[in-house]
Design a protein around this ligand. Structure first.
Ligand code: BG6
Length: 496
């Protein structure tokens, strides 16, 4: 959370190495975000970016590639001194992540100490390759100086509780915890950070933020995209591991946490862990009542016919991987006991929208029962994460006129002024890595507790191998997702 910190340039890294530089994550997120930081003059003068990849390329071919990637992703001009400065930061390192010699050559090419004593290694690679990179970094001494060089690890961290613990032990064998940055890019999204401000900078909100006033909470991350070219990873992972165990549960912790004692990494993370630890464990026999999975079949999105999951390239025949998951959790603490948190996410849904929707309780007395109003819908607070970044408060007002009738008004707070540009979450998080702020990165106990919560669901699905419900691409998901609701008057809130 790069805000008012005093920047100490001697502590800043001077090399930023991207493993998997020609992969999807780098092209979709990292390279555009680094360029945005360049445009905003937030990259230190001495920072070199090293693109590490197996492709037999030269620096010139890398630069050409970089230009083509950015052309599709950024609005700023790809010419002039800023762009030239950005291009000049790069080095291209041809290497194989499995071959220790590639790391030796990398080490020899990094700027020497004492001129440069910190390097960031970003593992933009598939999770199965994390271990080999960490071991090879250690083999050539690039994990040193301990506490200085930083390693950024993408999610999912492990594929269940046990594998996450194994991965963590391996990390700690070679690195100190303060060198490890477990990234969950949803924490870098503007609305999510704004949620902290909304909750803890407004005395208006916090007194209402509990089981006395809130009926339930919904967190939806809907995507209209399919699995793109990621079947190799996705078909093993599924929506629960890819999105719910990390992104959605992190959003839930920010909605539900107590105010931290300070805006510091560990204080924030302590509160998030308390939420995760308070989630009521899901018993084996209760999995069906708490979780729904489904897979998309062919359908239509924005007038375009799209293939079903089974027809996507490289998906296993008869794969039972879920592309949609919805789950219900209870947080058994003083603030939240009895308030259901409904989480859902899916690919190939009607449209891209990520929304935190908080529904308040009905007024205790239906005072307007005898009027044309009869029944008043409860209030909602809606926090839109994307595509819009905004906050809406829905309240009732009387319609002007002779009758006692109301309408719902939305009080809207768009976070962006017209002249401000929305940034992706990665800008914030990359800057945090560079500046050494771990507040928005995940501590291992958070990962561990999140796995503990979802492990029973995963285990149950592993034995239920005969059937998976389906939904048409372009819909809002399977009707089965409605069975999670505790009350008849609860329904999914799809849009603002
Ligand atoms: C990634 C998931 O972590 O988040 C993808 O692996 C998903 O499957 C993506 O599409 C969504 O993030 P964003 O920021 O593009 O909404």
């Amino acid at each position: 959370m790069n805000s008012s910190k005093v920047r100490q340039s001697e502590n800043l890294p001077c090399s930023f190495v991207i493993f998997g530089a020609t992969g999807d994550l780098a092209s979709n997120k990292l390279l555009p975000a680094l360029f945005h930081l360049e445009v905003a003059s937030r990259l230190g003068e001495g920072l070199t970016i090293v693109a590490f990849s197996r492709r037999d390329w030269t620096l010139d071919s890398w630069r050409e590639y970089l230009r083509s990637v950015l052309a599709n992703k950024v609005k700023a001009k790809l010419e002039g001194p800023v762009f030239e400065r950005f291009l000049a930061r790069f080095r291209y390192h041809r290497g194989d992540i499995n071959d220790v010699e590639s790391y030796r050559a990398l080490a020899a090419n990094l700027p020497p100490e004492p001129a440069c004593s910190r390097t960031v290694f970003y593992l933009a690679i598939k999770p199965a390759d994390f271990a080999v990179v960490i071991k090879n970094l250690e083999a050539v001494g690039l994990n040193q100086p301990r506490g200085m060089n930083r390693v950024v690890i993408e999610k999912p961290f492990g594929e269940d509780l046990e594998s996450a613990q194994v991965l963590n032990r391996l990390l700690h064998q070679y690195l100190d915890e303060e060198q490890v940055y477990r990234i969950d890019h949803f924490l870098g999204k503007e609305t999510v950070q704004n949620l902290l401000v909304f909750r803890f900078a407004n005395t208006l909100i916090e007194p209402l933020w509990n089981r006395n006033f809130i009926d339930h909470v919904q967190i939806t991350v809907a995507e209209s995209i399919g699995i793109e070219k990621r079947a190799g990873y996705y078909d093993r992972a599924g929506a629960l591991r890819d999105m719910l165990q990390n992104h959605l549960m992190q959003l839930m912790t920010v909605v539900a946490m107590e105010p931290p004692v300070a805006l510091e990494a560990d204080a924030l993370r302590d509160e998030k862990v308390k939420v995760l630890r308070s989630i009521r464990p899901i018993a084996k026999r209760a999995v069906h009542a708490h979780a729904v999975r489904a897979q998309y079949t062919f359908g239509n999105i924005d007038g375009q016919a799209v293939a079903g999951y089974q027809q996507e390239e490289n998906v296993e025949i008869n794969s039972l991987t879920e592309t949609f998951v919805a789950a219900k959790f209870y947080i058994d603490n003083w603030r939240w006991r009895g308030v259901p948190f409904y989480l859902r996410t899916g690919k190939r849904l009607t449209k891209q929208t990520s929304l935190i929707a908080i529904r308040f309780k009905h007024p205790p007395q239906q005072l307007f029962r005898e009027t044309p109003l009869e029944f008043i819908e409860p209030n909602w607070v809606l926090l839109s994460i994307q595509p819009e970044q905004s906050m809406h408060l829905e309240i009732h007002v009387k319609q002007p006129g002779l009758d006692m009738d109301t309408r719902v008004m939305q009080m809207n707070a768009s976070f962006l002024k017209t002249d401000e540009q929305a940034l992706d979450a990665y800008e914030t998080l990359l800057l945090d890595v560079i500046e050494g702020d771990r507040s928005l990165f995940i501590r291992f106990d958070e990962v561990e507790w999140a796995w503990r919560v979802v492990d029973p669901i995963l285990k149950h699905w592993l034995v239920e191998r005969e059937f998976i419900p389906t939904y048409s691409a372009g819909s809002w998901g399977p009707t089965e997702a409605n069975r999670l609701f505790d009350n008849d008057d609860q329904t999914w809130r799809n849009e603002l």
